[in-house]
Design a binder for this molecule. Sequence first.
Ligand code: SF4
Length: 338
Amino acid sequence: MMPFAYTRAQSIGDAVAALVADPQAQLLAGGTNLVDLIKYDVAQPLTVVDINRLPLKGIADLPDGSLRIGALASNSAVAYDPRVRERFPLLVSAILAGASPQLRNAATTGGNLLQRTRCYYFYDPASPCNKREPGSGCAAVGGLNRIHAILGASDACIAVHPSDMCVALAALDATVEVEGPDGAREIAFADFHRLPGNTPDKDTTLAHDEIITGIRLEANHFAANHTYLKLRDRLSYAFALVSVAAAVQIAEGRIIELRVALGGVAHKPWRDQLAEAEFAGAPAAEETFARLADRLLAQAKGQGHNDFKIPLARLAVVRALRQAVNGRSQNQTVKAIQ
Ligand code: SF4
């Protein structure tokens, strides 16, 4: 582990100034990913800027009916907030499907968006990895790639985004609020995470000198019919092999609006909004779910060890939509797949 200077930001402006001053500086919030990255020598910042004292922990109703979650609100604070539970139960379910209670108490909303892939080669500085060291190659292509991407991958990187919470935020069309040297701006959630292309070292469209200040969720009609279905090697404390956040608005047996986001399959939460729009008006029935699953997985490509993810994802989409339409969202306490 490299030695680093530790500073504590007293304001958002302080944090931004520290990022502007040092292109390698890293912000420290919950630290549940960054501290590991530093210990493994994957991240080697010369400056770590602690932002835990910034006033970004609040969860607030806005006049337009949306809900704003501060970037430093812990995953637990969000999951147990009565307003989030009532209006965005899909988000609650996804948060409770992830990590452990101890980690959720420490991990923050902003940090969840910025957590890095769990590709084993990324965490091993002895292995080539274009994400850790651009131009060094990708050990996962032709290597062990059981947990890797089936959609949106490139020759340079086949890693997947590890978050559960972000899959729900993608389905809910969240807005990310950020602040940088030029002031505040907003990023639509679909544009926040990137596909790897030739620059897999960049996970997001956030500039180095910008800080996430919050997430905004618009009111929706999905509280009754939603689910977060997470399939993994063990039922607790494991990253998703495949996950599905599904939300449906139904009337008289037909779909009015539909959202399906996939986790564990790509470098970002995966959605196909064109496909979703085409299924508006279709019967809320198994045959529709199967057709949509086929459509979502039509371009899927395995890497060898992870070929099983393609049929698994297809089945998961169908099962998740069945759960959502039946109003029986996946129980994250019992965890047995319903
Ligand atoms: Fe690195 Fe991406 Fe290849 Fe993993 S899949 S070794 S993160 S370049």
